[in-house]
Unconditional design. Structure first.
Length: 250
C-alpha cells in the first residue's frame, strides 16, 4: 500500500498547508481517508476525481471532512464522477454534513454519495481494502479510528481521540500507525486529544512497527513532537509531511 499525505495540520491549516486528509492506494484503488480543508485540491495532483474508490471519515469535525463537500460540487456540477460514491462514517456524520447544505442540496448529496454508517467493531470491504472501525475517545462527537489491511500490510489510523484501550487495539502490530499528536509536553492537554508522548506510548503498548505523527498544531515544531514520541517508542518515528508518499509493507 501507498499512503500519500494530503494534509496533516491539526485543528486549523498553517500557512500553505491543509488539515487532515490521506490517500491510500493499492492495486489501482484509492481510498480518501478524512477530507480536511485543502486536501481535495491536493488529491487531484495524484489522481482524477473519478478515480476515488471511496471516502472514509473519522468524525464530524470540519478539519476532517469539509473538503468532502468540494468533492461533491465537482462531481455533481462538474460531471467528474458517477453517483453513488461510497462514504463510510460514524452514524451521526450525515446529519452534521447536512447542516452545511440546503435541504435540496442534501437530497442530491445523498444521490452522489452512498453513505454507510459505521459503528465500533464494524468491518467492511471497499476495493482491495478490508477496514475495521474502532471507537475513539473524542468528547462531543462520535469518532472512529480505522484499521485498514490490504496486500498483507496494515495501516492503523487514529483519527482524533484521547488515550484509550481501543486506541492500542487499533494499532496492535500495525505496519504503520498514523496517529494524532496534537500537543507536546509543554502544552495544556485535553483528554480527547493526544500529545506526541501519548502517541508514542500507545504505539509502544500496541507493538506497532512504525509511528507517523499527524494533526500536530501548526504553531508547534514537529521535530519536537518526534523527539518526545521517540523517548517512549523504540521504533521509527516521523512527522507526516504533506505531499510525501509512504510505502506500507509487512
Amino acid at each position: 500500500m501507498e499512503l500519500t499525505i494530503l494534509g496533516s495540520s491539526g485543528t486549523w491549516p498553517g500557512p500553505g498547508r491543509a488539515t487532515c486528509g490521506y490517500l491510500l492506494s493499492h492495486e489501482g484503488a484509492h481510498l480518501w481517508i478524512d477530507a480536511g480543508a485543502g486536501t481535495f485540491s491536493r488529491l487531484q495532483r495524484w489522481i482524477r476525481v473519478d478515480q476515488i474508490t471511496g471516502i472514509v471519515i473519522s468524525h464530524g469535525h470540519p478539519d476532517h471532512f469539509s473538503d468532502m463537500l468540494m468533492c461533491f460540487y465537482a462531481r455533481r456540477y462538474g460531471g467528474l464522477g458517477d453517483p453513488g460514491l461510497p462514504v463510510f462514517s460514524p452514524p451521526d456524520f450525515t446529519d452534521k454534513a447536512a447542516l452545511l447544505v440546503a435541504e435540496e442540496g442534501m437530497k442530491v448529496l445523498l444521490e452522489d454519495f452512498a453513505f454507510t454508517p459505521v459503528h465500533d467493531g464494524d468491518a467492511f470491504t471497499i476495493g482491495p481494502f478490508v477496514v475495521t472501525a474502532f471507537e475513539m475517545a473524542h468528547v462531543g462527537v462520535e469518532a472512529l479510528g480505522y484499521r485498514i489491511e490490504a496486500g498483507g500490510a496494515t495501516l492503523a489510523y487514529s483519527g482524533d481521540g484521547g488515550p484509550s484501550a481501543n486506541l492500542i487495539e487499533l494499532a496492535r502490530d500495525a505496519d504503520l500507525f498514523l496517529c494524532e499528536a496534537t500537543y507536546q509536553d509543554a502544552n495544556s492537554k485535553f483528554p480527547f486529544h493526544l500529545s506526541a508522548r501519548q502517541a508514542g506510548e500507545a504505539a509502544a503498548k500496541a507493538g506497532a512497527k512504525r509511528l507517523l505523527l499527524t494533526h500536530i498544531v501548526p504553531t508547534l515544531d514537529p521535530m519536537v513532537s518526534v523527539e518526545e514520541a521517540s523517548q517512549v517508542f523504540d521504533g521509527p518515528v516521523s512527522a507526516a509531511e504533506e505531499g510525501s508518499v509512504v510505502e506500507i509493507g509487512p
